[in-house]
Design a protein around this ligand. Structure first.
Ligand code: SF4
Length: 425
């Protein structure tokens, strides 16, 4: 007998949240699998989309290439965050709306709930509560980021918790997009995992081994999605998209041909993988912006790249005609033992090269080695309260990167952006 399966993406509460090509890709793949098995699959997005709208909410603002903000409403901060002088929001459905949308679905045979950032755990817990309230003892599986990193907080809710890749049936090779024609962009993922082991990153927790996914299946799915929707933006979800000098990316692009799609790389690309052949692809195909992971220019935690590599790669790309001001560089700030001068110097070095620096604030990720380093210096007890793991709170945790220092760094960045003009923020 056909089973009715309900898949839920919970709402979020935070100081800020923005959809920069974010979708619950793991959940989509599981949905696709069960759809292919003939089950009835229902997707309830409590975070994004017009269904969550209610009177009095702030509507989303759409930016280029499928990026947008969420429907939101200002709410009272949780007691633990009352000291933060910033507004706090519910992004997505209110409690009443969430109950109403769930009730409209009717009792399913099983519920799958995905989880995002660890500091959003309370929202996922609340959704579990609503499901219980409406559907009694229905079976609930929880997976995703928080479920993997802080499983105990969900296990105590009496649900089945799945960790990392284990939640996704191995038969799944597609993307899940066939069942979601409303998507503004196509999420692609050619390589799972990353061969590097940066001490602040959880990639290895989710993917202990690096493996490739079928470029052929994904190219076919992309073409089908494009034929159905007429849309042309593709966002890569890879941690190591350029693995083996972009071999898998080139394979994927060769199947599609230039001139049809726009490709976006929100995750930091690896500088050392860029050779002349790959540069040709970046200029021949439409990559409006490239963003490279760099960390800092001098005192580094990782050994995945160097300042020399940044200079070399930028030179190589521009020699092939890729505009310098469209090369973005992610810098990390607020790391344990990092100095402010180090971050300032890194911003200046990147700007002097004519590239665009992006500052990412460090957030401690359970299970990574810097998480434990940060415990000794942090002013907030983020171990016992995951709300404090939010990167927005990095200046309240760090004894060095205080709110004043962060303001100074942001002002420095803004001055650079004003001087250089903005291709796309
Ligand atoms: S290179 Fe990027 S994805 Fe890979 S481990 Fe480091 S931070 Fe994580």
């Amino acid at each position: 007998m056909t089973k009715k399966l309900l898949f839920i993406n919970p709402f979020v509460e935070d100081f800020t949240a923005y959809n920069l090509w974010a979708v619950p890709l793991g959940l989509f793949r599981i949905m696709e699998f069960f759809e292919s098995q003939g089950e009835e699959v229902i997707y309830l997005d409590l975070l994004d989309g017009p269904r969550v709208a209610e009177e009095g909410m702030i509507p989303p603002v759409c930016r280029s290439w499928g990026r947008h903000s969420y429907w939101k409403r200002e709410i009272e901060k949780p007691r633990e965050l009352s000291f933060v002088p910033r507004s706090y929001f519910r992004f997505g459905a209110s409690d009443e709306k969430a109950r109403e949308l769930l009730a409209a679905v009717g009792r399913p045979d099983k519920v799958y709930i995905t989880t995002g950032m660890t500091y959003w755990y309370r929202c996922a817990q609340r959704v579990i509560g609503f499901v219980r309230e409406l559907f009694g003892d229905v079976e609930i599986d929880v997976g995703g980021i928080s479920a993997t990193l802080i499983p105990a907080l969900f296990e105590r809710e009496g649900v089945t918790v799945h960790s990392g890749r284990a939640q996704i049936p191995t038969e799944i090779t597609g993307t899940g997009c066939r069942s979601l024609p409303g998507l503004m962009f196509f999420p692609a993922n050619l390589v799972e995992g990353c061969p590097n082991r940066c001490p602040y990153c959880s990639s290895a927790i989710f993917y202990p081994k690096v493996s490739r996914r079928s470029t052929g299946t994904q190219a076919d799915n992309l073409e089908k999605w494009h034929a159905e929707t007429g849309r042309a933006d593709v966002a890569f979800y890879d941690d190591a998209l350029l693995l083996r000098n972009g071999r898998y990316l080139r394979e994927f692009l060769d199947r599609l041909g230039p001139g049809k799609y726009r490709f976006h790389t929100p995750n930091g690309l690896h500088l050392h993988e860029v050779d002349d052949r790959l540069c040709e692809y970046f200029t021949c195909y439409d990559f409006p912006q490239l963003r490279f992971g760099f960390e800092t220019a001098f005192a580094r935690y990782d050994d995945k790249t160097s300042l020399e590599q940044l200079i070399q790669t930028a030179g190589r790309l521009t020699a092939h005609g890729y505009p310098r001001d469209r090369i973005g560089v992610y810098l990390l700030c607020g790391l344990p033992h990092q100095s402010v001068a180090e971050v300032e110097k890194s911003i200046d070095v990147v700007a002097e090269l004519g590239l665009r620096p992006y500052l990412s604030e460090f957030s401690p990720v359970p299970g990574t080695s810097l998480y434990f380093d940060h415990i000794t210096e942090s002013k907030l007890d983020f171990v016992n309260e995951p709300l404090y793991q939010n990167n927005t709170l990095s200046s309240f945790r760090s004894p060095v990167f205080t709110p004043d220092v962060m303001k100074r760094l942001r002002d420095r960045l803004n001055k650079i952006y004003e001087t250089e003009g903005s291709y796309s923020s």
